[in-house]
Write a new protein. Structure first.
Length: 447
């Protein structure tokens, strides 16, 4: 199996990875050692030489390294070619490897082999994908912790406790006449409650985890000339949006990526919200309203240098009520100018011109997205993991109800096994091939 394992585009160094029993042999078919050079073996330092095109002519120079199965990412014999990062060179080396017996890797196939060979479990495999896709340092840190097995470690006590009680319940069902297999009175119900609490504890951080993994959208809205585009530029720390003193300069939504102290945010600048007969500006206002409705969070910008308009007072009244209060942050801009607005004193004050108050605004936006009480890095960030935990919890609830209703231990046992199957789906212990196909199709080719 062969694929380019470095990013698309040009670079100083590229990487072609080959994995499988004949990896070293195929790698040497496109690599020429210097005169007198000895072919590398697994575990030895990288060897410098020349890479060959399919016609046998020299193409580039660089390094070849061979990995033993127990030391490779995939858990099988592997080799890596390190030429310069020319797309043409990398493509030719892949074609040369294919001509000598390799097959092109599909999305996620290297990681899939690592899973099959016991190098990773499914949760760690998915974390590798998230680590490759990380857009912020904080995202990378959380994904790396998961790739190191934090999800599996947090699940382990729950899985072991559940396995013990499944075994005890099964023994009680199978050997009903044996006194020593009888379950202690009320103890199974307590154990199920403890397992349910563990599921809830892991799920409690999922809201934060989803935002960390997937990011959020933030729409900047307000009346014309409130300073939305200026604040948009200030948050991005560059002049991305056109800013003039003329109302209606922004006539379409403008989007860019913002690293909000580790949280990836899609920041959307919108047209000023006002009634207009101009067809282009009217379409911009329509898109602004749509962005406000669809965004995870809304930043309502008010102009503190003038008296608030009726529309702004109405907007303030709306955001004071649920559900708008939970997804709207109100900021008063132009605090560097004389303040004419009669607005509540507890609102955030900023100046997009001088940058005053923007650190407090960034902190407020992050707290609203994550919750101000977030102290630990999230463990559960994947929707699939959260759904499996929720389904396990529901199965445990059914088991607890069955005990309360005096139903047979066989029915309780089936619910406990169902809960265990759902937990096993997270690490891949009970995952079917179709689910594997869906998950690994989201990986990049070289991973």
């Amino acid at each position: 199996m062969v694929a380019v394992a470095s990013p698309r585009g040009r670079g100083g160094v590229g990487c072609v990875r080959i994995s499988g029993e004949r990896a070293a042999e195929i790698a040497l078919s496109v690599f020429e050692l210097p005169p007198g050079g000895r072919a590398p073996r697994a575990g030895q330092r990288p060897r410098f030489g020349r890479f060959l095109a399919r016609d046998g002519k020299p193409l580039d120079h660089g390094y070849l390294v061979i990995f033993a199965a127990e030391a490779s990412f995939t858990g099988e014999a592997s080799a890596e070619l390190w030429p310069h990062g020319s797309p043409a060179v990398l493509s030719e080396l892949v074609e040369g490897a294919v001509a000598n017996g390799a097959v092109p890797a599909g999305p996620g196939e290297f990681t899939y082999r690592a899973l099959r060979n016991g190098r990773l479990d499914l949760a760690r495999s998915e974390a590798v994908r998230d680590l490759v896709a990380a857009r912020t340092l904080y995202q990378a840190r959380v994904a790396f912790a998961q790739a190191e097995g934090v999800v599996s470690r947090r699940l382990k006590p729950l899985v072991e406790a559940l396995a013990e009680w499944i075994a005890r319940t099964e023994a009680a069902v199978e050997f009903v006449d044996e006194a020593e297999t009888h379950l202690p009175q009320g103890r199974l119900r307590v154990a199920i409650g403890e397992a349910r609490a563990s599921c809830d504890e892991l799920l409690a951080g999922f809201r934060t985890g989803r935002v960390v993994r997937d990011g959020a959208t933030l729409a900047v809205v307000g009346l014309p000339n409130a300073g939305k585009s200026s604040l948009f530029n200030t948050l991005l720390a560059r002049d991305r949006a056109i800013v003039t003193e003329h109302a209606g300069t922004t006539r379409d939504t403008l989007e860019d990526d913002l690293d909000l102290d580790g949280i990836p945010v899609r920041l959307i600048d919108t047209a000023g919200l006002r009634e207009t007969e101009h067809p282009v500006e009217s379409e911009g206002v329509r898109r602004a309203r749509l962005a406000r409705e669809e965004a995870d969070l809304v930043l309502l910008v008010l102009d503190g240098s003038r008296a608030p308009a009726d529309e702004e007072r109405e907007a303030l009244a709306r955001v004071a009520l649920a559900p708008e209060a939970g997804r709207t942050v109100v900021v008063v801009n132009k605090c560097d100018l004389p303040q004419e607005a009669d607005l509540p004193g507890d609102l955030l004050r900023v100046s997009a011109l001088t940058g005053q108050g923007t650190d407090a605004l960034r902190a407020a936006l992050r707290d609203r997205l994550l919750g101000a009480d977030t102290l630990e890095d999230p463990v559960i960030t994947d929707v699939r993991h959260a759904r499996a935990l929720a389904q396990a919890g529901e199965a445990l609830d059914r088991a607890r109800v069955a005990i309360g209703d005096g139903l047979s231990e066989e029915l309780v046992l089936e619910d406990l096994k169902q809960a265990m199957r759902h937990l096993g789906e997270i690490t891949g212990e009970f995952t079917n091939e179709d689910l594997y196909d869906r998950i690994f199709s989201t990986f990049c080719i070289g991973k």
